[in-house]
Design a protein around this ligand. Structure first.
Ligand SMILES: Nc1ncnc2c1ncn2[C@@H]1O[C@H](COP(=O)(O)OP(=O)(O)O)[C@@H](O)[C@H]1O
Ligand SMILES: [Mg+2]
Length: 381
């Protein structure tokens, strides 16, 4: 793992954000849907992950697990689709993995039908992290998507909102950074926004949101913000006098240089983690060394793993096909009804939908089982 730079680059032209400020400060990323918020958050996350810095992303829509393509980051889900299935009782375990194990984590709550369940889980996990940070004081960043859900401007904050305000106000001393993301700045608690020391404003078009921009960034920015292209933003920070208009890059970046305080938390995940976590990270991390060893291997166990991986790929393709079949169900319905001699005409829509869904569920289960087995095989001496 490389040494930690003082800053990470976020644009094609090398504009930088200071690592220490981002890791332990308060950030806010806003902009209407599709304006580039998640991309910007990912660029920042990738810049930090590149140097093994720990973080937890509270992912409401299941859009961050793609970070696994390049980085060792645990995809914790509330169902069986991730690396680790978690619920509120796992708060301590997750906080321990994050802070003591240096495991970056995507806490993906998209599997909950009801956001209230997500709030309970997130509250427990962040409460535990906040508590543990009192003693550990490790630089650690929490990124929270859809922060207006937890920190609304109107209607009271609830337990999780109160905790986030507490983190915003008292987290820095403990090394705990917080970055909130929302598409509606007008709907986010001003108590939070005014605590922030770095803010990224993507395109906004709603008058209420533009009023917030006018108040905080001025009239010129309020006029311009409606015309920003995807990925373009105003960057407003405590460390620069001017508000800058920038365009985020699309992907990751890295820089050299070292910051002693931050360096202490680098090195990536701890080697003594629970085996399931280590295996998950190994499989998904795709480090160059594991690819090399795969090519050279003659161990029959590796052949089994390869066969298993092949099977997983087949199942994944199967799953994709069944999803496609489900989405093109309307087109296929008449043909199927014809093939059945019109016998199933009335029930056919429900039936195809049911069968499609069942195939998906079964395939998903087989995939999970295949992945576990593959991990198990790898683990055997
Ligand atoms: N920096 C960028 N440069 C070019 N295109 C971008 C950039 N950021 C985002 N986009 C485009 O905008 C789309 C939406 O971005 P996303 O980050 O998902 O928006 P949001 O999270 O605000 O809804 C992306 O799929 C991409 O096509
Ligand atoms: Mg988004």
């Amino acid at each position: 793992m490389s040494t930690v730079p003082e800053s990470i680059s976020i644009t094609e032209h090398g504009l930088e954000l200071p690592v220490a400020e981002v890791m332990t400060g308060r950030g806010f990323i806003t902009g209407k849907s599709g304006s580039g918020k998640s991309n910007s958050a990912s660029v920042i996350a990738e810049g930090l992950l590149e140097h093994g810095l720990p973080m937890m992303i509270i992912d409401t829509d299941g859009e961050y697990f793609g970070l696994q393509e390049r980085y060792k980051i645990l995809h914790a889900t509330v169902d069986e689709t991730g690396d680790l299935e978690v619920g509120p009782d796992d708060a301590e375990r997750l906080a321990g993995l994050a802070l003591d194990g240096n495991v970056p984590i995507v806490l993906d709550i998209s599997g909950y039908m009801d956001l209230a369940d997500g709030k309970i889980l997130v509250h427990r996990v962040l409460r535990e992290i906040f508590r543990m940070e009192d003693a550990r004081r490790k630089p650690f960043l929490v990124i929270v998507e859809e922060v207006h859900e937890y920190l609304p401007e109107r209607g009271g904050h609830g337990e999780l909102g109160e905790l986030l305000i507490q983190i915003a106000k008292r987290g820095r001393k403990r090394g705990l950074g917080l970055c909130g993301i929302s598409q509606r700045p007008a709907a986010v608690s001003k108590e939070f926004i005014t605590q922030c020391d770095w803010l990224i404003w993507h395109r906004l078009t709603w008058e209420n949101d533009i009023q917030v921009v006018r108040r905080l960034l001025g009239t010129d920015a309020a006029d311009e913000i409606q015309e920003l292209k995807d990925g373009e933003a105003f960057l407003m920070t405590d460390w620069a006098d001017e508000i800058q208009r920038i365009r985020f890059r699309r992907k990751r970046t890295h820089d050299a240089g070292a910051t002693p305080d931050i360096a202490e938390v680098t090195g990536g995940p701890d080697g003594n983690l629970e085996p399931a976590v280590l295996e998950a990270l190994n499989i998904e991390g795709k480090s160059a060394s594991s690819e090399d060893s795969e090519e050279d291997s003659v161990d029959p166990r590796d052949e089994k793993i390869l066969a298993m991986q092949q099977r997983i790929e087949e199942l994944e393709a199967e799953l994709e096909r069944s999803r496609n079949a489900e989405s093109s169900q309307k087109i296929e319905e008449p043909q199927m009804a014809e093939a059945e001699g019109g016998f199933l005409i009335t029930g056919i829509a429900e039936l195809t939908s049911f069968v499609g869904h069942t195939i998906q569920v079964v395939t998903q289960r087989m995939l999970s089982a295949g992945r576990s087995l593959s991990r198990e095989l790898k683990r055997q001496p």
